[in-house]
Design a protein around this ligand. Structure first.
Ligand code: ADP
Ligand code: MG
Ligand code: ZN
Length: 555
């Protein structure tokens, strides 16, 4: 490993390995096939580039994108590492020349597109080379469950028997759910214990979801407020990309665009402009970005939600690769769900539609989640949630979080004393001390006289508190003739005093009368903050924000 560290210093100019890199490199050098799951920008490339330098022979890198290969090979050559690529941009003669260089032992790394492996002649040419290591970049492309399945990735398996000895395999990806990881491991024959999964959490990203914004105005304002920052705006369709591009360039922004409907040349030059900081903003469909290494992207705005969480995290994750604070903003409108549904139904083959629609639903759930958005993402990818991040929109929505442990204990204890066989309405009635006939009928008259939540809560409040305890997993629902509730294992921990329960204060929705003084007040504030005259008749605020707003005097 000492030698590996020297290579890192000498060729790449870095002093120390990042989280996970050393372990992957060590396993790879020992001939152990591994799966490396690291966030975008985590430094996956070095995990195979350093072993490639240290191993005898040639490392083959399977990579799905032409632009990606070209960038990587250029960077390697700049670092004095002999590397080349073979893809459809090369002439037959250039391919021959590259293969000759490879067989003469002049190359350490050779990048190839997976489609090449479908050609028997090409495989035969490869069979004469000595290949100790096979790196599979963007390895999720091999899985049907992944968000970007490429059938030609399956041809990688042909390489396992091409040489007398199967090469060591290193599969790399940034976004893989547990199911995708398992798929990758099976198809590429990697042991479970050889998976190195570093945290998904990107501590410099602040996620937020904005519902019901005027999107165009929001973006214009955002760009004005953040004048010098580079960023990407993703839209779901080419048409939307063109429209946003037109609006922004007319208002004088330095903007580039990218989608599959543009000619290859145009796409390349637009991408270059953005990468070289000549254009500050890139407006694009999801066709843009895989493998792009632009470190100073300060924001990624989704004009429309993407079709699933994997795509979202990958696209949003293009912000802040340099580790500096960056924003990932999703502008949600319910109509966009229809757009994605339509796109899924148009483009997916019938057998995958249901699966894709289920994934779309989890994307919608994310948009409506009340808790920490960072944690919601971690949970989706099968990681444990940590403390709330404190950076995301939900952590900063101004709603106070209160300790409701004691009230939770009261509810849970009541459920236990009632024998854990009633529905939530009945429990709520006992809790507020109802005197109705059912209490006597079921023998709760005495219990209910205590009405342990009486006075503090209305029966509706208690019901919603019970819903909250169910959502938190402290109470569980048993579905029989009618649903009953019981205390879960987690709930028992609360009863025993081993777990605290925190709850956000409720949001107040208030309909303002035309002559409500608050209306004038809000109008003035809005004008000042967002330059908007119109105030919608419904205001949704937390208690705290409302109090603050009322205290604040417009200038
Ligand atoms: P990934 O493929 O995981 O998205 P890359 O391999 O493209 O990420 O690396 C992202 C950036 O991090 C690159 O600019 C790379 O040079 C840099 N990097 C990689 N390893 C290290 C390290 N150990 N120390 C500092 N920077 C690193
Ligand atoms: Mg990469
Ligand atoms: Zn958060």
């Amino acid at each position: 490993m000492e030698q590996a560290r020297q290579m890192l210093q000498h060729h790449f100019g870095y002093d120390s390995f990042r989280n996970g890199q050393a372990q992957i490199i060590q396993q790879t050098l020992q001939g152990q096939s591994s799966l490396c799951v690291m966030p975008t920008g985590g430094g996956k490339s070095i995990c195979y580039q350093i072993p490639a330098l240290m191993l005898e022979g040639l490392t083959l890198v399977i990579s799905p994108l032409i632009s990606l290969m070209q960038d990587q090979v250029e960077a390697l050559r700049a670092a004095n590492i002999p590397a080349a690529y073979i893809n459809s941009t090369l002439s037959v003669q250039e391919v021959d020349e590259t293969m000759q260089l490879a067989s003469a032992g002049y190359l350490k790394l050779l990048y190839i597109a997976p489609e090449r492996l479908e050609s028997a002649t090409f495989l035969q040419a490869l069979s004469y080379l000595s290949v100790p290591l096979l790196a599979v970049d963007e390895a999720h492309c091999i899985s049907q469950w992944g968000h970007d399945f490429r059938p030609s990735y399956r041809a990688i398996q042909k390489l396992f028997t091409l040489w007398p000895q199967k090469p060591t395999v290193l599969a790399l990806t940034a976004t893989a759910t547990p199911a995708v990881c398992e798929d990758i491991r099976q198809l590429l024959e990697i042991d479970e214990q050889s998976a190195v999964i570093t945290g998904f959490a990107r501590d410099n990203l602040a996620f937020s979801v904005l519902i019901g914004e005027n999107k165009e105005r929001y973006i214009k304002n955002y760009l004005t407020k953040n004048k010098l920052e580079a960023g990407i705006i993703y839209a779901a369709t080419r048409k939307a990309v063109d429209a946003i591009y037109d609006v922004l360039s007319r208002s004088g922004e330095s903007v580039a665009k990218y989608h599959a409907g543009l000619a290859e040349e145009m796409r390349m030059s637009e991408q270059e402009r953005f990468l070289k900081d000549e254009a500050r903003i890139m407006v694009a469909t999801n066709a843009f970005g895989m493998g792009i290494d632009k470190s100073n992207v300060r924001f990624v705005i989704h004009y429309q939600m993407p079709r699933n969480m994997e795509s979202y995290y990958q696209e949003a994750g293009r912000a802040g690769r340099d580790g500096l604070p960056s924003a990932c903003i999703l502008l949600y409108a319910s109509g966009d769900v229809q757009t994605q549904r339509f796109l899924i139904e148009q483009t997916q083959d019938a057998s995958r539609i249901t699966q894709e629609l289920v994934k779309l639903q989890t994307m919608v759930d994310y948009c409506h989640t009340e808790g920490c958005l960072q944690n919601a993402i971690l949970l989706y990818f099968g990681e444990k949630a940590g403390e709330p991040c404190g950076r995301c929109g939900n952590c900063n929505d101004g709603r106070e979080v209160k300790d409701v442990t004691v009230d939770a204990q009261k509810v849970l204890a009541c459920v236990v004393r009632m024998g854990q066989k009633f529905g939530k309405t009945m429990v709520a009635q006992v809790l507020i001390g109802s005197k109705n006939q059912k209490m006597t009928e079921f023998g709760f008259a005495r219990l209910s006289t205590y009405g342990i939540l009486k006075g503090q809560y209305s029966s509706k409040d208690v019901s919603s508190f019970i819903e909250f305890l169910i959502a938190e997993g402290l109470l569980a629902v048993k579905h029989g003739t009618y649903p009953t509730i019981y205390v879960s294992e987690e709930g028992k921990a609360v009863l025993l005093g081993n777990r605290k329960v925190m709850r956000k204060e409720a949001v107040i929705v208030r309909k303002l009368a035309d002559n409500d003084p608050l209306f004038e007040h809000l109008r003035a504030l809005r004008k000042q903050i967002a330059d908007e005259e119109q105030v919608p008749p419904f205001v949704v605020f937390s208690d705290k924000t409302l109090r603050e707003l009322c205290e604040q005097k417009p200038m």
